[in-house]
Design a protein around this ligand. Structure first.
Ligand code: TYD
Ligand code: MG
Length: 462
């Protein structure tokens, strides 16, 4: 009968091998193979393996009535935006993030809001005792919300309990790494266990129509630990990010079967939990005087929202053979490319200087449109008028944009516009304007330059 099915499973990607080896051939990671008993995971019990004929089912058409409201909004606008407008019935979301970033806080708030609105919301903690979860809810001022709470780790027990009574609208499992199922022999926390537990919970979600949120831990290189495999199984993967030293947290969709993946939700961690930040532009502009050299404000688009961010550059004579290029919040290879363009076409000699570039507020910019703000190749920029409107709203008086974007401005943006045809004319423009504060030559050659001083800052600073 059943042979000994011991196998070696990579804890990073889930690939299985029949002998141990130092490096996983599938994902290339070292020392990730662990011996696991995968009996239940790969072979079916004999009772199910019987020679029965398949059940007949009816085939449906594309048109037809879908049963009621497919989405349920959580009531946290920033959360709902990222998931595409609300929780889809029977969908499973994975929320990843560093320990202590605020995943449990965010989900306690979301379940409490739903419960207060009269929906059945369940919070299962595998990491904290009920008393700890209560304590957090008390601190958040949510202790009165009728959330159903439990500290459990057995998937079978959880599924049986939640199958009773009304179908929950939202179930939070905090976290998937602490769950285990009887169907496989592996120890809790191993890939096989995590995968089997996730599978059982996903099956329950699809069958019952409840939305489930799985919390997943993240390894130091940003992967959702172990259950990379889980990422492929769920409907959406969200990542909750932030700089340790800053209060701002960004919720980002990495994958979403039911919505866009380029939206972000912005929160601020306060003593009373996470506060939604509905106007993130205020947040990514630093408090200090924007007139200082080496800063430029970039009007970016995150999803459907225009967001203003400040780029800060510092150029200093190098003491090393190879000058340093350090970047926070932007792609380092793009910086090298921009510097090469400046050097080759604009006569800005940077080979003797270290260049540091920082995106204020802890945001990560991915748009190539930011190249201009970082003094780069001038390319057409999409949704120009939305970006300009946001800048005008925040009191900026002047904007620099590519010639080709002139046509999309649409109406009076309320800004004085400088169009540039090429990078050389931008460099000439900046050089002609001179330094507002008599900055030294070296520091003015930064990759980012001051584009405009907002009226509100000008006023304050005379
Ligand atoms: P938590 O939600 O437990 O993080 P995770 O589940 O991602 O590990 O959040 C823990 C951190 O959040 C902790 O450092 C304390 C901080 N925090 C606040 O600053 N304010 C609050 O109201 C709460 C509940 C937590
Ligand atoms: Mg937690």
């Amino acid at each position: 009968m059943a042979k000994n099915a011991l196998s070696f499973v990579c804890q990073n990607c889930g690939a299985a091998f029949n002998r141990w080896q130092g490096k996983c051939e599938s994902c290339g990671e070292w020392n990730t193979l662990v011996e696991e008993d995968v009996t239940g995971a790969t072979t079916m019990p004999a009772s199910i393996r019987s020679k029965r004929r398949g059940r007949l089912f009816t085939l449906e058409t594309l048109t037809g009535k879908s049963n009621d409201a497919p989405r349920l909004a959580s009531g946290m606008a920033e959360f709902d935006r990222v998931i595409g407008g609300g929780f889809v019935r029977g969908s499973v979301l994975l929320v990843g993030g560093d320990p202590g970033i605020g995943k449990s806080t965010l989900l306690t708030q979301a379940t409490s809001l739903l419960a207060r609105a009269g929906h059945r919301a369940v919070y299962i903690s595998g990491e904290e005792a009920v008393a700890q979860v209560r304590l957090r809810a008390e601190r958040l001022g949510l202790a009165d919300a009728p959330v159903q709470l439990a500290a459990e780790t057995s998937v079978e027990d959880i599924v049986s309990t939640l199958s009773e009574g009304a179908v929950p609208r939202l179930i939070v499992i905090d976290s998937i790494q602490t769950m285990w199922t009887d169907t496989v022999e592996s120890a809790p926390g191993t890939v096989t266990q995590v995968r089997a537990s996730a599978q059982a919970l996903i099956r329950f979600a699809k069958k019952s129509g409840a939305a489930i949120i799985l919390v997943g831990h993240v390894t130091k290189d940003g992967q959702i630990a172990g259950p990379r495999v889980v990422e492929h199984m769920v409907d959406a993967v969200l990542s909750f990010e932030g700089e340790g030293s800053q209060q701002f947290r960004i919720l980002r969709a990495v994958k979403n079967r039911f919505g866009p993946t380029d939206e972000i939700g912005v929160f601020e961690m306060t003593g009373l939990g996470l506060r939604e930040v509905s106007n993130p532009s205020e947040l990514f502009l630093s408090e200090r005087d924007l007139g200082s050299p080496g800063t430029a404000v970039f009007a970016g688009i995150e999803g459907t929202r225009p967001v203003l961010v400040e780029l800060q550059a510092l150029v200093a004579p190098t003491t090393l053979g190879t000058p340093r290029r350090a970047v926070v919040g932007w792609d380092p290879s793009r910086l090298s490319m921009v510097l090469a363009v400046l050097e080759a076409h604009c006569g800005v000699k940077l080979s003797g200087y270290d260049v540091y570039l920082n995106v204020a507020g802890g945001l990560r910019i991915q748009e190539p449109a930011a190249d201009l703000a970082a003094a780069a190749a001038v390319r057409p920029v999409a949704q120009t008028s939305a970006r300009l409107k946001e800048a005008a709203k925040l009191g900026f008086g002047r904007a620099v944009l590519p010639e080709s974007a002139r046509g999309d401005v649409g109406g009076d943006a309320g800004l004085s516009l400088n169009t540039v045809g090429g990078l050389t004319s931008l460099v000439a423009d900046i050089a002609a304007r001179g330094s507002p504060r008599g900055a030294k030559e070296g520091s003015r050659e930064g990759a980012a330059e001051k584009n405009a001083t907002p009226a509100r800052f000008r006023r304050e600073n005379g």
